[in-house]
Design a protein around this ligand. Sequence first.
Ligand code: FMN
Length: 163
Amino acid sequence: MLAEIQERPGIETELIDFATLPIPSDEAGDAAKDPAFAETMNRADAIVIVAPEYNHGYPGLLKHVLDTNLPEYIHKAAGVVGVSAGIFGGARMIQDLLPVLRELGLVTIFWDVNVNNARTRFDESGKLVDGSFLAIDKFIDELVWMAETLRHGREHVTIGGGS
Ligand SMILES: Cc1cc2nc3c(=O)[nH]c(=O)nc-3n(C[C@H](O)[C@H](O)[C@H](O)COP(=O)(O)O)c2cc1C
């Protein structure tokens, strides 16, 4: 996804491996905040979440990391890429994650990427073997549109009337 998004001109991207963030597991919300992650979210216009499906849900660690911020996400665009060993490409994980993203103030696009049969989709270097079935271009088009529209809204449209 990073490589695909980086092909688009005018988009600055940053990869965050949520498994490596220094976020304690015995605190929650602001108390567990990683300042660097919060600052990245503050600057971002959009977030692409790439996550595996575990027992038909999203990884608990992903939820814990997302929960450490809130104002940083509000009125920002979000898209989700599901990865699974099975045939549904993380579809059930995505369905469960959508209401969480909404509660965080993120605005989700109506397009997902579903990487099914993940064990056969990548070569030994980790490169996607055949991504044509994934409609990644459509996903990125929608995400960029939503990110630009929401940025315009954040900068020019006042909540509660007026512009
Ligand atoms: C605890 C656990 C639960 C899983 N549950 C599902 C599942 O519900 N559906 C599915 O298609 N794959 C499931 N898988 C397979 C993962 O989606 C698959 O391994 C995916 O590539 C995740 O990458 P990882 O193995 O590197 O964590 C599960 C894997 C683990 C470890």
